[in-house]
Design a binder for this molecule. Structure first.
Ligand code: 1CP
Length: 347
């Protein structure tokens, strides 16, 4: 690996500067992505390894980030369970035409073998690894059991995901049944992404923050722990990003992951004091800050670097995905600022 800063930081090993990548770095804010996407549907892009590899490499070339993340989507796992996934071109987001609404809907799901049903993701990883030629590490990913379940029950993105929230109060056993099926599949999916060449894995628990602390422990954290403890990783770093769940940061840091992703609502210095050296931290600039001037972006970068303080164990990132209208020059300003300002914290 030519640039392994990201992997070393995941392990808390010394680095010359802080590595940086951006959640959703391959996507709609890039004109180069839009050019491909204007001709080809999103799901086709995900399922065509040559195209997925090409899109994965775009932000590496354009922004100079220290890690690539495979071009895919968390919802493809639900599709592999037999759900009908469609991208609503008018409203933008992906949705399921027949969401899960009952116990029998869950029984009807066919537990997939990701090695066949999600073969295109694994092929895309293999191809991307070859094309990267060790320039930077490649991150594989999946959604958390809870976040996938929330989308499968709601059918689409939502503000409050109240259908699955009602279900955890009315019929908790059904939700557990679904979460167990998902966790089992995700273990194999993670293992097969690593076998295909992924250098690290991130679990996106985007919906973690919907839950009260006790419900979070029962419906999200326990399944994250199961996946983290069961997936055989042979030292491949595991990152968990549970958005809106920093109230339980110490508990997240205890489930056996290497890195905990932070959203922008927490002071990263305080987060570091809370978890100590148990895990590395990833984050946590507010994605909206990328609409500020490049000078202001640099100040914000300095502030986060100073708050984290000296030493390894920090991977710079946004606190959630980059927003669609973000100017590319501002994303590049972020990456440049991290590269130029962070050396001082690693002497
Ligand atoms: O119309 C288009 O061009 C599709 C836009 C798009 C893209 C580029 C979607 C639809 N997904 C993606 C790629 C994607 N999704 C990646 C690629 C790698 C990267 O560059 O980071 C990743 C990691 C995801 C993960 C993902 N998909 C999450 C978890 C992370 C997060 O941002 O919260 C979630 C919740 C999804 C679902 C999804 N897929 C797409 C959209 C618009 C959404 C959100 C739907 C919603 O909540 O309304």
């Amino acid at each position: 690996m030519i640039n392994d800063l990201f992997l070393r930081a995941c392990k808390g090993e010394p680095v010359e500067r802080t590595p940086v990548w951006i959640m959703r770095q391959a996507g709609r804010y890039l004109p180069e992505y839009q050019a491909v996407r204007s001709k080809i549907g999103f799901l086709t892009l995900c399922k065509t390894p040559e195209l997925a590899a090409q899109l994965t490499l775009q932000p590496v070339d354009i922004l100079g980030v220290d890690a690539a993340i495979i071009f895919s989507d968390i919802l493809l796992v639900a599709e592999a369970f037999g759900m009908n996934l469609q991208l609503d071109e008018t409203k933008g987001g992906p949705r399921f035409t027949k969401p899960i609404r009952s116990s029998s809907d869950i029984d009807a799901l066919s537990v997939p073998d990701p090695r066949s049903k999600l073969r295109f993701v694994l092929d895309a990883i293999e191809l991307t690894k070859r094309e990267l030629q060790g320039r930077v590490p490649l991150i594989g990913f999946c959604g958390s059991p809870w976040t996938l379940a929330a989308y499968m029950v709601e059918g689409r993105g939502a503000k409050d995901f109240r259908r699955i929230k009602r279900m955890i109060f009315e019929e908790p056993a059904i939700v557990h049944k679904l979460l167990e099926k998902l966790a089992e599949t995700l273990v194999i999916f993670i293992e097969s992404q690593i076998a295909a060449g992924a250098d690290a894995i991130q679990i996106f628990d985007t919906c973690g923050g919907l839950l009260s602390p006790d419900d979070y422990r029962e419906f999200s954290l326990d399944y994250l722990w199961r996946v983290a403890s069961r997936a055989k990783r042979n030292g491949t770093p595991l990152i968990v990003f549970s958005k809106g769940a920093t109230a339980l940061l110490e508990e997240i840091a205890n489930i056996g992951v290497d890195v905990v992703g932070l959203d922008w609502t927490v002071d990263i210095g305080e987060a570091r004091r809370r978890v100590g050296a148990r895990v590395a931290l990833q984050g946590n600039l507010d994605p909206t800050a990328l609409f500020a001037s490049p000078e202001r972006i640099r100040q914000e970068v300095r502030t986060i670097l100073r708050k984290y303080g000296k030493g390894s164990g920090h991977i710079f990132n946004l606190g959630h995905g980059i927003l669609p209208d973000t100017p590319v020059s501002h994303a590049r300003a972020l990456v440049d600022a991290v590269k130029e300002e962070s050396g001082a914290f690693h002497q």
